[in-house]
Write a protein that binds this ligand. Structure first.
Ligand SMILES: Cc1cc2nc3c(=O)[nH]c(=O)nc-3n(C[C@H](O)[C@H](O)[C@H](O)COP(=O)(O)OP(=O)(O)OC[C@H]3O[C@@H](n4cnc5c(N)ncnc54)[C@H](O)[C@@H]3O)c2cc1C
Length: 400
């Protein structure tokens, strides 16, 4: 087990203060003249780097070298939604095509399901060099074990350097299972991706409550797994002709059996999905009562927009969690987002960066949302909204 050892004799009073001050977790303290590492330590190694030899990391197993030249290609898992490919898939292919500009290699899509050849032929128009398909009645509907067996089989055959999976309910189950089989790393909910010439994937995502953007690497293992939420990247353009062939692969032996027996399938009721909304009216803590909520609802109706919210509105019980935008909510990419009484915290903004036009109504000109917005309206929403609604409802303004 890796752990830190402090060589007390190498410490000077100045170094002690430096180490205490630099620990991002407040885990270093001085007790009875000794420097002590507390239970808050996350082994970030900042103190090892700055400790001038006084702090040593012990028991860290040397990483086995991986021959990166044997791992080439970017595989995109092509999740099905009904008989069609989930809309996150063309977005992942778009990003994979961009990544290979810095590290030339093939881009593949991998489809698992039953009766999915039409979906595969359609997917071939989005730029992947080949679409690989596992199509079998046993793969009708998501079975984690069978799907993991298929994706693992693909990895063993093709040796991709990176595997990209949508951060959907299915993807969040499939990606970690498959990554664990290959004893490799997985970064969930990446918001940016870059690729180095040696095929190392730089996986960038908010961390520590959105206070930093972490750049995460998997330099000692392959393949590198990442999940990406819907609406984070731009879709690959559809081409008039397929970019590559559709290749059928046989069901691997490991997918023949499963510990899950499907007894009955129930159709889930259609869920609200603010990620797909073209127009959004988002409500924050500045909307403090039923009157404010009714104004927001009227605005949403008038603009044919979906209602969404910041986290405090979910915590207060006013909104369903599926309507929350942000780091711990959904990512949205509407053409219009109107933020009512929202301050624009980093955690909220992490979910709305792709909006084409943001209009903020806030009484505090210094609120971060006012800098992020394309149109910032300073004032009391309880005064602005009735006047705006009157004009919209009279037909004097067709959109805000
Ligand atoms: C790990 C972690 C994850 C998080 N994830 C999310 C997330 O996914 N989504 C999220 O939203 N938050 C998230 N948060 C919470 C986040 O830090 C903020 O607390 C939250 O976004 C604030 O919501 P708000 O803007 O509605 O409220 P406030 O920050 O309280 O802002 C209210 C705003 O309304 C304005 N206002 C008040 N009255 C009026 C009025 N009459 N007219 C006009 N303006 C008015 C105020 O000037 C203020 O700017 C997370 C926090 C953590 C630690």
């Amino acid at each position: 087990m890796p752990h830190l050892v402090i060589h007390q004799k190498k410490l000077t009073p100045a170094l002690v203060q430096t180490l205490i001050g630099l620990c991002p977790f407040g885990a270093i303290s001085e007790q009875n003249g000794q420097l002590v590492i507390g239970s808050g330590c996350r082994l970030c190694r900042q103190c090892v780097k700055a400790g001038e030899g006084a702090v040593e990391l012990c028991g860290d197993a040397p990483a086995a070298a991986v021959d990166k030249s044997l791992w080439r290609g970017i595989a995109v898992f092509a999740e099905l939604r009904g008989s069609e490919v989930h809309p996150v898939v063309p977005e992942l292919i778009g990003k994979a095509l961009e990544l290979r500009e810095s590290c030339p290699q093939p881009v593949w899509a991998v489809l698992v399901g039953h009766g999915c050849h039409d979906a595969a032929r359609e997917l071939a128009h989005y730029g992947a060099d080949a679409v690989y398909v596992y199509d079998d009645p046993l793969l009708d509907g998501f079975d984690p074990q069978r799907y993991t067996a298929c994706l693992s089989d693909f990895i063993v055959r093709q040796h991709p350097a990176a595997v990209m999976v949508g951060a959907t309910m299915l993807g969040r189950s499939l990606a970690p299972r498959t990554a664990a089989r290959f004893r490799t790393g997985l970064t969930a909910d990446c918001t940016r991706l870059e690729m180095r010439e040696n095929s190392d994937l730089v996986q960038i995502r908010p961390a520590f409550g959105g206070n930093i953007m972490a750049r995460i690497l998997t330099p000692h293992a392959r393949p590198q797994f990442c999940t990406v939420r819907y609406r984070v990247f731009d879709r690959a353009a559809r081409r008039s002709t397929p970019a590559g062939p559709v290749i059928s692969l046989p069901l691997p032996g490991a997918a023949l059996s499963s510990g899950t027996e499907i007894i009955k399938r129930l159709d889930r009721p259609q869920e609200v999905d603010i990620s797909e909304a073209e127009r959004i009216v988002a409500v924050g803590r500045g909307v403090r009562d039923q009157r404010g909520l009714e104004l927001a609802r009227r605005l949403a109706r008038a603009l044919d927009a979906q209602l969404a919210c910041s986290r405090p509105m979910v915590e207060s019980g006013a909104f369903d969690p599926r309507r929350q935008i942000g780091l711990s909510g959904r990512t949205v990419k509407p053409s219009l987002l109107i933020a009512l009484g929202i301050s624009g915290s980093v955690q909220f903004a992490a979910g709305m960066g792709g909006a084409e036009c943001i209009i903020a109504i806030n009484q505090d000109a210094a609120a971060p949302i006012m800098r992020l917005a394309h149109i910032a309206v300073e004032g009391d929403l309880y005064q602005i909204l009735p006047a705006l609604l009157e004009r919209i409802e009279k037909g004097e303004a067709t959109h805000a």
